[in-house]
Design a protein around this ligand. Structure first.
Ligand SMILES: [Mg+2]
Length: 280
């Protein structure tokens, strides 16, 4: 491993994938998480943004390969605001909402009936948590409540408050809890994940080479879905790229084929793909 190189491991796997994608660009797809993958982690979700240099390479790719999809835990519209790319598909709220490349939107219909319970948990959290003192940011995504605590000065005490004021009441109402970097999410108890949404998206097209990029536990479902997809046909090829920082959970690096150094590493990998396709 070369010290300081944006590609930490798996450079050969990346090259093999890039060659396969370049041999049939319209059968290539890119599935890309946003926060922590193409947008550097910021103190609050509202402060995060995608650097212009990323946007250029993604815009170049969207016209050359069969599919570019942004797969985010953010609400669909928020994901589009972060990285507006014409011709791209978007999967929002961890697979709850999908916008195809033609602009048509589908929402998991079963989620609607959990919206009132999640709203009630959101209101209780806003009333009972001293968000400013605890360093908590509540993100209301309608069918999902995200509780961010990256700003907490005492993370253990803040976690305890979130557990008693949000997680326990949510579980008591039959809702599901997911966790990530300094994050709890209250969700409908439905089997949707980034992976289940990606599976549907890949079934809708004839792809042979699919690259997925992510940085957090929810992305492991996407990596798994793409690997399962490739294992069903010997002609298919998949590549999972993990954006690695000091905080990367172990299951993410275990599930990836290529480890890159945070968001600049993802940009290096995408630029390599774009260059092979003559896109930059
Ligand atoms: Mg992420």
């Amino acid at each position: 491993m070369e010290t300081g190189s944006p590609i930490m491991s798996g450079a050969e796997a990346l090259e093999g994938f890039v060659r396969a994608a370049a041999s049939a660009p319209r059968a290539a797809a890119l599935l890309c998480d946003i926060d922590g993958t193409i947008s550097p982690i910021a103190p609050t979700p509202a402060e995060a943004h995608v650097p212009a240099s990323f946007r250029e390479v993604l815009e170049a790719l969207v016209w050359r390969i069969g599919l570019v999809a942004f797969v985010t835990g953010r609400a669909l519209e928020d994901g589009r605001r972060m990285i507006p790319v014409e011709g791209a598909a978007y999967i929002g709220t961890h697979g709850l909402e999908t916008m195809a490349a033609d602009g048509s939107v589908t929402v998991e219909p079963q989620a609607e009936r959990y919206v009132p319970a999640i709203r009630e948990i959101t209101e209780t959290a806003a009333r009972t948590l001293d968000c400013e003192a605890l360093g908590v940011v509540l993100e209301d995504k309608r069918a999902v409540l995200a509780v961010h605590y990256r700003l907490a000065e005492d993370p253990a005490a803040t976690r305890h408050q979130i557990l008693t004021r949000v997680v326990e009441p949510a579980r008591a109402r039959g809702l599901t809890i997911a966790t990530g970097h300094h994050l709890f999410e209250v969700r409908p108890p439905l089997p949707f994940t980034k992976g289940s949404a990606v599976r549907r998206l890949l079934q809708a097209g004839d792809y042979l080479a699919v690259m997925s990029c992510g940085d957090d536990l929810t992305d492991v479902t996407m990596f798994g879905a793409v690997r399962d997809w490739s294992e069903r046909d010997a002609r298919r090829r998949s590549l999972a790229v993990a954006a690695v920082t000091d905080e990367t959970p172990r299951p993410v690096t275990d599930a990836a084929d290529v480890l890159v150094r945070a968001t600049p590493g993802v940009q290096a990998a995408l630029s390599r793909l774009a260059a092979a396709l003559g896109a930059v």
